[in-house]
Design a protein around this ligand. Structure first.
Ligand code: ZN
Length: 426
């Protein structure tokens, strides 16, 4: 262990009963951080609700006789076997939430991990490799505005200096928030040694779309996380009186912006991608004033780089034509971009075999891409990583309406257990 790490679970007698069934674990976790008004979850990093979730994780680990450990970045690990032996098989997800998030995004992966371990033990599987369940800290970025802080720090994709500058809405910095929750903020930083001891990471997650619902499958395998980015479109015209300025005399940037929104929809449909103008700023923002500036943010994601380029290129070309037609100046700035994350092909193919023809020679499991980011995506730059998705009948996520049927959740547990059995036996 490095400075700042804490190991527990070595001393004291384990609880007489092992942690509960999937159903019992789900029921135990359900009220934690749930807002009575909205019915959604508010489990923000390093708050009381987060601490309760983390205490629950530790309890589940200890109930199963696993060694509980918190790493230097506040991620929780529950180990079976020697963590230092190398080539470990790790599964897990996160327990924090977006504001008024659903019950499944994150917790489904953690609860399924404990349930899958119980299943492996019930099957009498012998573990030929160390095994761990992980709860990554601050995945959603709800409090400090950056997603996947725990895994990013571990993988060295977020520097200590950047992490120290993260501040929440009340002006509390990440180090102070960690300290208040009982962790040592001076310990945070990259953890290549820890990652070097992991041979495979598998994250089970509720699907945040309807691909599995449409294909009629309870479980699927991730192929990749789509490349995605944000672009700012500044349309500049001329502010003037909404009552006295003749239509022909106007330079109204709202018109070019509105046409650009429609172009984004058209281009996304053509490319089989998604494109969204979900945020806008208007100056002077008066109900009786023609705007001088309309600033719109485009979020676009596509299955591959060429499709994303086609969408954004098409939107920008259309925007320039509309701007010119209305006498508007246009600037387009790329504010952020994340290239495609391809999950490890060998591991993905192994999962497809285990869940497909190993079960039934004619069976294939859907392999799907996703437009959402995950800890698994961050770690895939350092270690072989794969994801399983569980069907979400409405596709709704980051909302109290997020849902997965219990039968599908249990199919997810079985799938995860099958995959882990294949991996740990080696
Ligand atoms: Zn998630």
């Amino acid at each position: 262990m490095t400075h700042g790490e804490r190991a527990r679970g070595g001393g004291g007698a384990p609880r007489p009963v092992p942690g509960g069934s999937f159903h019992e674990m789900w029921r135990e976790l359900a009220p934690v951080g749930r807002h009575p008004g909205s019915g959604g979850y508010r489990r923000f990093a390093w708050t009381g609700a987060d601490s309760e979730c983390r205490a629950w994780f530790e309890e589940q680990a200890r109930a199963r006789g696993l060694v509980h450990e918190v790493d230097r970045n506040g991620n929780q690990w529950a180990w079976l076997g020697d963590p230092t032996a190398g080539d470990a098989v790790v599964t897990g997800s996160h327990l924090d939430s977006v504001p008024d998030g659903g019950a499944f995004d994150g917790p489904l992966g953690v609860v399924s991990s404990f349930a899958a371990l119980d299943e492996l033990r019930a099957r009498g599987v012998e573990f030929g490799r160390p095994f761990a369940i992980v709860n990554f800290g601050d995945e959603e970025g709800a409090r400090f505005g950056l997603a996947c802080v725990g895994s990013r720090l571990t993988a060295g994709q977020l520097t200590v200096e950047q992490a120290h500058r993260l501040t929440d809405g009340d002006g509390i910095t990440l180090p102070r928030a960690m300290e208040a929750a009982g962790y040592d903020p001076d310990a945070i930083g990259p953890d290549p040694e820890r990652l070097g001891r992991i041979g495979a990471f598998v994250e089970l997650h509720v699907e945040q779309g309807r691909t599995l619902d449409l294909s009629g499958d309870p479980v699927g395998i991730a192929s990749a996380i789509w490349p995605h980015g944000r672009w700012r479109f500044d349309f500049r015209g001329e502010a003037n009186h909404a009552g006295t300025t003749r239509l022909v005399d106007r330079r109204d940037p709202m018109l070019s912006y509105a046409e650009t929104v429609l172009a984004a929809r058209r281009e996304a449909e053509l490319a089989g991608a998604v494109a969204t103008f979900g945020k806008i700023a208007v100056e002077p923002n008066g109900v009786n004033a023609i705007p001088s500036l309309v600033r719109g943010w485009l979020d676009s994601r596509a299955a591959d780089q060429a499709s994303l380029d086609a969408v954004v290129g098409g939107v920008e070309k259309a925007a320039r034509e509309y701007a010119e037609a209305h006498g508007i100046d246009l600037d387009v700035v790329r504010e952020s971009f994340t290239p495609v994350v391809e999950f490890d092909h060998a591991l993905r193919d192994e999962l497809a075999r285990i869940l497909g023809k190993d079960r039934d020679p004619g069976l294939t499991v859907p392999v799907l891409g996703t437009g959402a980011g995950h800890d698994a995506g961050i770690l895939s730059g350092s270690i072989p990583t794969a994801m399983l998705f569980v069907r979400n009948p409405t596709g709704v996520s980051h909302s109290p309406a997020e849902y997965a049927a219990e039968d599908d959740c249990l199919a997810g547990v079985t799938a995860l257990a099958d995959v882990l059995e294949g991996l740990v036996r080696r």
